[in-house]
Write a protein that binds this ligand. Sequence first.
Ligand SMILES: [Zn+2]
Length: 535
Amino acid sequence: MQPRQVARVAPAVLVGAFLIAGLGAQPPTYDLLIRNARIVDGTGSPWYRGDIALRGETIARIAPRIEGPAARTIDAGGHVVAPGFIDIHTHARRGIFDVPTADNYVRQGVTTLIEGPDGSSPLPIKPFLERLAALHITPNFALFVGQGTVRDQVIGSVNRKATPEEIEKMRGLVRQGMLDGAFGLSSGLFYVPGTFTPTAEVIELAKVAGSMGGIYISHMRDEASGILNSVRETIEIGEKGGLPTQVTHHKVIGKANWGKSVDTLRLIDEARARGVDATIDQYPYTASSTSIQAALMPAWSLEGGRQEVLKRLQNPSMRSELQKETARIILEERGGGDPQNVQLARCDWDPSLAGKRLGDVTKGRGLPVTVENAADTALWIVERGGCSGIFHAIEEEDLQRILRHPATMIGSDGEIPIFGTANPHPRSYGTFVRVLGRYVRDLKTITLEDAVRKMSAFPAQRLGLADRGVLREGMKADIAIFNPDTIRDLATFERPHQYAEGVDYVIVNGQVAFEGGKMTAARPGRILFGPSTKP
Ligand SMILES: [Zn+2]
């Protein structure tokens, strides 16, 4: 075929082309050429060998062999070339203004961060996104509007139903959030003030997000003994709200509840079978992380904000009631049955506590390590200003069962730590590479292609990001190149500040952001705007 095509070209044109080439004036055809790639395209299809050529921010060509010329060529050496990972659940506004390069994420191959989960978002959204755009960040960034933040602004942190006027106001704030660029509505019905919200009220707000093309994503009301009803509630909100719905960071908390993922996944399957677009995301660790007070104190005791909480703790009869309830939570829920299963992550009033176990802190106060004394220590911590904590109360088998489910995608629930500061949950440094190292290569829980799908095409499809998440001509060039034999997480609960290993290159919008073990000077990240954004 080739010679015949050439023969059809007029001789004058050929002469002209040779002349230009001879003068050295012809620009390279491609800006970046990735050769010798094992392409895992994000769709879940088996990997294949090929070359990928980029022009500007776009994937210009994918073929078994591309000749170029190109301004720059990267030899992937047979390593995996995948779409850059999209993290659908992050708390990246914790840290992005200190570390705009988001090293902990980019070094894992993550190229897009989604903020505003758990019902908590910046509000209004517009000035936040403008500030972020002016900052010039490395990964792409997008967000949800938070139901808890919206309710807090209209009603405050109180335990009561909203009036019809207040619901109208909240619907207005959700509408504005969607117009400003949100991808949907998040909720944190476990937290204050989300926990005070009746299901019907969430549905009224979800309808607004849904009518504007958004999704609903929820940190459920209860991930412990009440988990089945919480999954039912999440499904109901999607069904009655008329929008896709997602159980975020799905896990089963507390030994007494382990194994219930069999039933939670059955509920998801049944919902999907009758046409409800219900999905899941998950991080690959058997410990969760949130504040000590949210995790270990009952929600009713947190109404009204810090001053009200302190008043309750100063009332002796109420304090002893709270101590009993906290002891129960340590035994049966987030405490994992043992004070040593609660680890402090960050305490601003005493940074030396970071990393210590609740049992050891109890001992340090001169008390025998009993569950009752550990509960007292938890309340003592809250009185002094609180800490964030890590809670070892999840079963490996539940984790793997959820990971294998086809409707589960990966999300870190992490943040952007300042390297070396405090003792954060290792998920911020390791989520994506841990799935690829531990659960794909070492344990073979899922295949490489499926893992990449759960990190790229699947979240992209969930968010309606039509031009990212798949390696295909015409798509935005967000790309991760890694060695499947060496990729792994090094961050542990004891030593979390350790970057991922095994990632060779990370490309964001066509620009190399990470190579040779170092972040580059490029800051190619974009703000991504949701389906109803008004310019
Ligand atoms: Zn959460």
